[in-house]
Design a protein around this ligand. Sequence first.
Ligand code: 9D3
Length: 244
Amino acid sequence: MRIDIVTLFPEMFAGPFDASIIARAREAGVLEIAVHNPRDYTHDRHHVVDDYAYGGGPGMVMKPEPLFECVDAVRAMASPPGKVVLLTPQGRLLDHDIVAGLAREERLVVLCGHYEGVDERVREGLADDEISIGDYVLSGGEPAAIVLVDAVARQQPGVLGSEASLEEESHAQGLLEYPQYTRPPEYRGMAVPEVLLSGHHAEIAKWRRRQSILRTAARRPDLLARAALTPEERRLLDEARGGP
Ligand code: 9D3
């Protein structure tokens, strides 16, 4: 997969893509990342990329021409041209299903907005999709692009070991993780649950599943609607809620 990122701040991407999983995916050749600056696609002496909003109001708006021309050039650099994803607070809220869908694309062009936003014609005539990473205000789309690329990179075949991909599946199933422990068996008065030291693999699996379900119910009940639970597990939940 190839991902092209269009940003006024390419220097923000120097570190994050050169470590850990993303670096491994790039080295393995399953992920190619290129960063482009729309400022390089201006034609005026001062390389102006923003302007005042028509109708007035605070802040500057990103001009359409540098973005359109940059994206046109970037799409011509490789094939297929790739879906254009605009990162914006007004986009669809990113979740596992959206990540999995984007990860299946052969190519993506990711646009990072900045200032108070981008000229509306960028949405209208350039973006195929608009995505937000959550209901809080960022200074620009750059941190969101890093989040998106990380999540998509993990989905590329061969990037994760088989053990890690099973873990990913469990999150896709809509349950939070069970509590994890390593040595020592007791630390500052806090003991590792006895069952984990027992060596009874079936009991351990049962305990972990139960912890995942109870923890999801306590912290993220919204996830349970989509979780695949057995009738017995549904009963466990009703009991924990003090129901019938
Ligand atoms: C006063 C202007 N803001 C009203 C809340 C609009 C605004 C425009 C642009 C606020 C932030 C930004 C910059 N943010 C992004 O480009 C962005 C973002 C975000 O802020 N939160 C979550 N996901 C994303 S994706 C891109």
